[in-house]
Design a protein around this ligand. Structure first.
Ligand code: NAI
Length: 405
């Protein structure tokens, strides 16, 4: 099997992940006493909103209290539990990060429906400020109503922080039953343009339209990111996935721009694949893909398709990278059907945390977590029900922590 563990493709090229590092004295310079309210081990799914003097406030869902470790360079990390299963899996991921003494000072902030319900704002100013300041965040999934209601908080955050590269490593994990046991590819999805820009209108009562916006600048930077990533991680091929045969202007611009960037990387083979064919090829022979660079909508769909090939949505991590911030989150959504039942698989979010540790050069801790995770996944009694196991969210995390020693 080609999969050697999560070998990481996150490039820190434009980021300043260490800028918010600071040496801790006995106490954090930014104490967060409100973080001590909740417990980590038991899954929490209900936001404990409180009303003080007529104002809504939000009690944290997760125990983020983390005593400063002497001699460790600490980074501030914005933690957004999210909606649905988000708080349950985030609590477990934080447990693991704390267990390995990851050098983070955790700041919990809300976003999504939980924030709307309790603070009256989908993306509160305090959350934005925290991400702007820390430049590093881990986020649980947030719920978006279908066919109406508020705009996706993910799309909003990606646009607000200009997180233009969505990186999703898709690799078969040992012990996880899947269609293909030897997949090792990375999807690099443009994250700010395309139909996801949210430019929609009703033309008349019976007609709606959505504008697909693709720019040369957006195409250039995502293509460069993908080729750089391929080069730095020893990949030999980039596949540009598009539908330029039909959308000659928008996808035509994306394809042409990405190809031009590709010419600057003579050691990397470029191929272009029409998106419908790419879907079939991925199902039939995914091993032929190495790095895929594609537009926003195609990348979203291909990610879920690929997740299905390696065991489901519960196992695919992701990172949203921009020049000024990085937000790590799983590919899956808030899974309302299993929220609050201690059934959710924390693997994808934990792997996203592993990507984050790689991103801040904490490779040893990242490797240790990945090793423990793979060992735990191999145990049918440990892994969660979505992977055919008997474990729960909490007991699976217990097993990972036990493997970590
Ligand atoms: P979903 O990913 O939440 O769920 C699809 C299926 O996969 C469900 O059967 C669910 O139980 C299962 N599943 C997902 N994650 C799982 C996990 N960790 N462990 C075990 N099973 C898991 O997709 P769906 O139902 O289309 O979306 C639900 C909500 O999530 C929507 O409001 C959607 O907009 C939102 N969403 C949010 C994302 C984000 O915040 N990054 C990404 C995708 C969807």
């Amino acid at each position: 099997m080609a999969w050697p563990g999560l070998c990481f493709c996150i490039i820190t090229r434009h980021i300043e992940p260490l800028r918010n590092r600071e040496t801790l004295s006995a106490h954090s310079p930014h104490p967060t006493p409100h973080l001590q309210l909740a417990e980590a081990k038991a899954p929490k799914t209900n936001c404990r909103a409180r009303r003080y003097n007529g104002r809504l406030s939000h009690s944290p869902l997760i125990n983020l209290e983390s005593p400063p470790k002497k001699g460790l360079l600490m980074m501030k990390l914005t933690v957004i539990p999210g909606d649905g299963i988000g708080p349950e899996i985030m609590a477990q991921v934080i447990r693991v990060l704390k267990h390995v003494n990851a050098p983070f000072e955790y700041e919990e902030h809300v976003a999504g429906e939980i924030a709307l319900q309790n603070l009256g704002d989908l993306l509160p100013h305090s959350t934005i400020e925290s991400i702007n300041k820390n430049k590093l965040a881990i986020k649980g999934p947030t719920t978006t109503p279908v066919g109406g209601g508020h705009k996706s908080i993910n799309v909003t955050m990606r646009q607000k922080f200009d997180l233009y590269a969505n990186v999703r490593p898709v690799r078969s994990l040992p012990g996880v039953k899947c269609i293909w046991p030897d997949i090792n590819l990375t999807i690099v999805r443009e994250n700010t343009e395309d139909l996801y820009a949210g430019i929609e209108r009703m033309v008349d009562e019976g007609t709606a339209e959505s504008i697909k916006r693709i720019s040369r600048k957006g195409s250039e930077r995502i293509a460069r990111y993908a080729y750089d990533l391929a080069q730095k991680t020893g990949r030999s091929q980039v596949a540009i996935v598009h539908k330029a045969n039909i959308m000659k202007m928008t996808d035509g611009l994306f394809l042409k721009t990405a190809q031009e960037i590709g010419w600057q990387y003579p050691n990397i083979t470029t191929k272009d694949v029409i998106v419908d064919n790419a879907c079939m090829q991925l199902v039939m022979k995914p091993q032929q893909f190495d790095v895929i660079v594609t537009e926003n909508l195609y990348g979203d769909i291909l990610s879920d398709l690929c997740a299905g090939l390696i065991g489901g949505l519960g196992v695919v991590p992701g990172a949203n990278i921009g020049d000024k911030a990085a937000i790590f989150e799983a590919v899956h959504g808030s899974a309302p059907d299993i929220a609050g039942q201690n059934k959710a698989n924390p693997t994808a979010l934990l792997q996203s945390a592993v990507m984050m540790l790689q991103h801040v050069s904490e490779t040893a801790k990242a490797d240790a977590i990945m090793k423990a995770l793979i060992e735990a996944l191999a145990d049918v009694n440990a892994r969660t029900g979505d992977l055919g196991g008997k474990g729960t969210t909490v007991s699976f995390t217990d097993a990972i922590i036990q493997k970590l020693g």
